[in-house]
Write a protein that binds this ligand. Structure first.
Ligand code: CAA
Length: 382
């Protein structure tokens, strides 16, 4: 076992750290307050290879591995979680599924612009009445005699939906087949039949744009089907397995930012004649924060390593996402408590970390779904 990172991995971590420090952190409060989509910063991340870290260079990416992806995501999320949400959807949910299941022509057409950060991608699985129970989707794609499909229905909570050029869509093609009746499609948002609905006002990750989308007789050509007909659910689950490594990394970034701010604060802030970090009650919190942060980091790197080795990593990704997201929420909670009134104030970023951490326990599979995936895989029972 080798705990050292390669030179390449350290290089991308350094690139991400510099952009995070120089460009993202200074505008994080503005983006959180206004909810303005950070298009210029996303373009900059793209120019530096961070919108397609695992995408081969021939399709416009950085051609690096999953560990590099984790390291870069942590740096960006530590500066601003909303930026890392946009980054994770481009990298994991959009590019990864097309690279794994797309034809050569699809990879050429859809991946490059998104991996280069020139355009934004999205992933549409969730519907108003189906979130965790993803196979209960109602969005329908009906096959026509010429092999095309006509899509009708609604999708909700679409991260980057308001700005996406292309979307990976999952729709029911054969309702009698349940999970095996779902097919994945590549959607061009400029075409007739695609509509954007209301934008969601959110508790956290406010600069990441989220909306409903609707399809009204949208026609998908046969060459826009991703993978085989009826394979859509498996494609979605595989993509989400990898995506969960990204969300775990995001959670680690938020947790690290909250932890580092707290370490500085407990050294400085005095009460009853001494720094509050000298009190045992604070020290216990600091020790527990450190343990949870390290555990989340190592578990996430393990999942990324397994993925890079081409081994199964579904359980490990769920373990990493569950551990990291719950650690982030707990650490942000403790950070706020230790900061007291200053933590509750918008003068410091602690309350933003607290709000941003919450989503990591919800999207790309709630904590309850992660426990279900882990327990089903461990017991073989369902
Ligand atoms: N990889 C490949 N195939 C998989 C798989 C995986 N990880 N997990 C399940 N499958 C396959 C199964 O083998 C099964 O195949 P067969 O039909 O050949 O047997 C099929 O998929 C159906 O599996 P299940 O019977 O286990 O399906 P289920 O209905 O019980 O659901 C679930 C399983 C794990 C609960 C799944 O529905 C799930 O993960 N739900 C959560 C959905 C989710 O994460 N949503 C997030 C939305 S996207 C988002 O949040 C993006 C964003 O905004 C940033």
């Amino acid at each position: 076992m080798d705990f050292r990172f390669t030179e390449e991995q350290l290089l991308i971590q350094d690139v991400a750290r510099r952009i995070a420090r120089d460009k993202i952190a200074p505008s994080a409060e503005h983006h959180d307050r206004t909810g303005e989509f950070p298009l210029d910063n996303i373009r900059l991340l793209g120019e530096n290879g961070l919108m397609g870290i695992e995408v081969p260079a021939e399709y416009g990416g950085a051609g690096m591995d999953s560990i590099a992806y984790v390291l870069a995501m942590v740096e960006i999320a530590a500066a601003d979680a909303a930026h890392s949400t946009i980054m994770s959807v481009n990298n994991s949910l959009f590019c990864n599924g097309i690279l794994t299941h797309g034809s050569e022509a699809q990879k050429q057409k859809y991946v490059r612009e998104i991996a280069e950060g020139k355009e934004i991608g999205a992933f549409a699985l969730t519907e108003p009445q189906s979130g965790s129970d993803a196979t209960a989707m109602r969005c329908r794609a009906v096959k026509q005699a010429d092999g095309s499909f006509v899509v009708n229905g609604k999708k909700s909570w679409i991260t980057s939906g308001p700005v996406a050029k292309y979307i990976v869509l999952f729709a029911m093609t054969d309702p009698d087949q349940g999970a095996r009746g779902i097919t994945a499609f590549l959607i061009d948002t400029a075409r007739d039949g695609f509509h954007r609905g209301k934008t969601e006002p959110k508790l956290g990750i406010r600069a990441s744009a989220t909306c409903e989308i609707e399809f009204a007789d949208y026609v998908v050509r046969p060459d826009e089907v991703l993978g085989a007909e009826g394979q859509g659910f498996k494609i979605a689950m595989g993509v989400l397995d990898a995506g969960r490594i990204g969300i775990a990394s995001q959670a680690i970034g938020i947790a690290r930012a909250a932890y580092e701010a707290t370490l500085a604060y407990v050294r400085e802030r005095k009460a009853f004649g001494q720094p509050i970090g000298a009190f045992q009650m604070t020290q216990a919190k600091i020790a527990d924060m450190k343990c949870k942060l390290d555990a989340a980091t190592l578990l996430t790197l393990r999942a990324a390593w397994l993925k890079g080795q081409g081994q199964k990593f579904s359980t490990e990704a769920a373990v990493a996402k569950l551990t990291a997201s719950e650690a982030a929420m707990w650490i942000a909670h403790q950070a706020l408590q230790i900061h007291g009134g200053m933590g509750y104030s918008k003068e410091m970023p602690i309350e933003r970390y607290f709000r941003d951490a919450k989503i990591t326990e919800i999207y790309e599979g709630t904590s309850e779904i992660q426990r279900m995936v882990i327990a089903r895989n461990e017991t073989g029972l369902r």
